[in-house]
Design a protein around this ligand. Structure first.
Ligand code: IFG
Length: 532
């Protein structure tokens, strides 16, 4: 005979049973209980991964025909970011989205006050509530970065250039974000094949989406000189008249170049012009006989060999030439840096190379700029202010580590990871393979802060993805090689190492696919990515 249990205890047990059953039921149906994982939203798909994402389940904000964009009163720069955002949203939503100074709790607000100090110079805070979206930053660059994140919270069709049906709903929540590295670069080689102003602007718009903030333009090489130098006009008249394969080539007048630099700046991207010296100079040598040691100008070159050319190290005119070029390039460069190349000077002896750099590096400083160079130039013991750009295929680089120990900070572009002209695999028609095949996981799965042995993490200024164009002739071919690997490098440059996770990144990358389709980006659908 079971012991009599008093009624109240039995009722109490039933209540506990009911509560347990309810909890089991709720967890089964996925209702948001505190312990329950938050349902997946676009907040989980942002590339580059933000520092901190806090979804607010059940909260959403939907753009409407009367939505307004408010920008920090009195800030022209904030207003420009507002107009940029409107330019992205108007074509696809069809909404007027007027932009006006003001700070309202409704609609979209871009404000330069109230941001968490951790956002620093390029970070932002983004908050989505039922009433609207508020992006706060300390600079316009931070607002611009926040806008790139906000775009990715909207449906992919918002990226379309033509009117699409809504609704234009974004998930509630907040993002706190700021970059890991100061230098988050993309390089475009416009010397092997010339790319028009429109094509470069298209690339600028594409890289800006992933918070890239430096565009290194490789303006001169054996096959072409692409920037007008008024004191040496034949550099473009003759040296810009062809390209790899013998095509028409081309060049930017200084006015066109200024337009490119301004366009990049409006996307908060600093242009770093490269004048590759003393090697990779056949276009200059072909343009001016007097620059050649033997006084004879070689023919224009349309092949893809490297390392066969050098300025004449012992002629005075060489340094007059370099000084004139650097003067005019510096006048066209609001940014801090000029890249002087220095790679593959294979017919320049080391003593001559050092002699050349000892004369040229002070000229860069004289014209008020800081020199970046491919990392070989560290053999000239350059000043600690100069920036070696590492492009090695190995992780051992003692001379680069020595330069870092002298105070230089290094940009990482390892050819085995960041060279976007490397074929994805043996089936890739475009590109080269001298550094090995590089699929998306290769481009993503390395740590810039611990890649070069003995290079202190504090010596890393950032990363940069070079895109050489020996085999690329137009935007579609550029995009096939740059996407999806450039966003991988962009994430390495922006996101905290703690967020680094290939299994998660490939899913986030897959969510970018529909956006690129909406934009007409000719991306490579790598089998490594679970495209939707
Ligand atoms: N190396 C050359 C580039 C280009 C590249 C193609 C550097 C610094 C091979 N120099 O990379 O001019 O030809 O992948």
């Amino acid at each position: 005979m079971p012991r009599p249990v008093d009624r109240t205890r039995r009722a109490g047990r039933r209540a506990v049973g009911r509560a347990l059953a309810a909890l089991l039921f709720l967890s089964a149906v996925g209702a948001a209980s505190p312990a329950q994982a938050v349902p997946e939203t676009p907040l989980h798909h942002i590339v580059p991964a933000p520092v901190k994402v806090t979804p607010k389940p059940g909260v959403t904000y939907t753009l409407a025909a009367d939505t307004r964009i408010h920008t920090h009163p009195g800030s022209r720069e904030a207003r420009q970011v507002g107009e940029y955002l409107a330019g992205v949203l108007r074509p696809s939503t069809g909404y007027r989205l007027p932009v006006a100074p003001g700070a309202s709790g409704h609609g979209i607000s871009l404000l330069l006050t109230g941001a968490d100090p951790r956002v620093g110079d390029e970070g932002y805070q983004l908050d989505v509530t039922h009433r609207g979206v508020v992006i706060r930053a300390r600079t316009a660059a931070g607002l611009f970065a926040g806008v790139q994140t906000f775009r990715q919270l909207l449906p992919a069709k918002v990226e379309s250039a033509s009117r699409q049906r809504g609704p234009w709903t974004v998930p509630g929540g907040s993002v706190l974000d700021h970059p890991r590295y100061a230098h988050r670069g993309a390089m475009l080689d416009v010397a092997r094949h010339f790319f028009s102003v429109a094509e470069v602007k298209r690339y600028i718009d594409q890289i800006a989406q992933y918070k890239i903030n430096r565009l290194h333009l490789h303006l001169t090489d054996d096959q072409g000189w692409r920037l007008e130098i008024k004191s040496w006009p034949r550099l473009t008249e003759h040296g810009g008249s062809t390209e790899v394969g013998g095509g028409a080539g081309g060049y930017y007048t200084q006015e066109q170049y200024r337009d490119l630099v301004a366009y990049a700046a409006s996307r908060h991207i600093e242009v770093i012009p490269e004048i590759d010296l003393p090697g990779h100079t056949n276009a200059a040598l072909a343009s001016y006989a007097e620059l050649n040691c033997d006084g004879v100008a070689p023919p224009l070159y349309t092949g893809i060999e490297v390392g066969f050319s050098s300025l004449c190290i012992d002629k005075d005119i060489t340094y007059e030439f370099v000084d004139d070029v650097l003067r005019e390039v510096a006048a066209l460069t609001p940014g801090r840096y000029i890249h002087i190349g220095g790679d593959e000077a294979l017919v320049t002896t080391d003593p001559d190379y050092v002699k050349f750099m000892d004369k040229v590096l002070p000229l860069v400083a004289k014209h008020g700029k800081t020199a970046v160079g491919w990392h070989e130039f560290v053999k000239a013991d350059p000043p600690a202010s100069t920036v070696p750009q590492f492009w090695g295929t190995k992780t051992v680089a003692p001379d680069v580590v020595a330069a870092a120990k002298r105070g230089s900070r290094v940009v990482l572009s390892p050819a085995t990871k960041a060279y976007l002209d490397m074929k994805y695999d043996e089936n890739t028609k475009l590109g080269l393979k001298w550094a090995g095949y590089t699929d998306v996981e290769d481009a993503y799965d390395w740590n810039p802060g611990a890649f070069v042995e003995d290079l202190p993490a504090s010596a890393v200024l950032g990363v940069e993805a070079p895109l050489w164009t020996e085999t690329l002739t137009d935007s579609a071919e550029v995009e096939h090689m740059a996407f999806p690997r450039l966003p991988a490098i962009a994430e390495l440059g922006w996101s905290p190492w703690e967020t680094h996770d290939w299994a998660k990144f490939r899913v986030r990358l897959a969510a970018q696919g529909p956006r690129w389709q909406a934009q007409g980006v000719n991306f490579y659908p790598s089998p490594q990515v679970p495209w939707k």
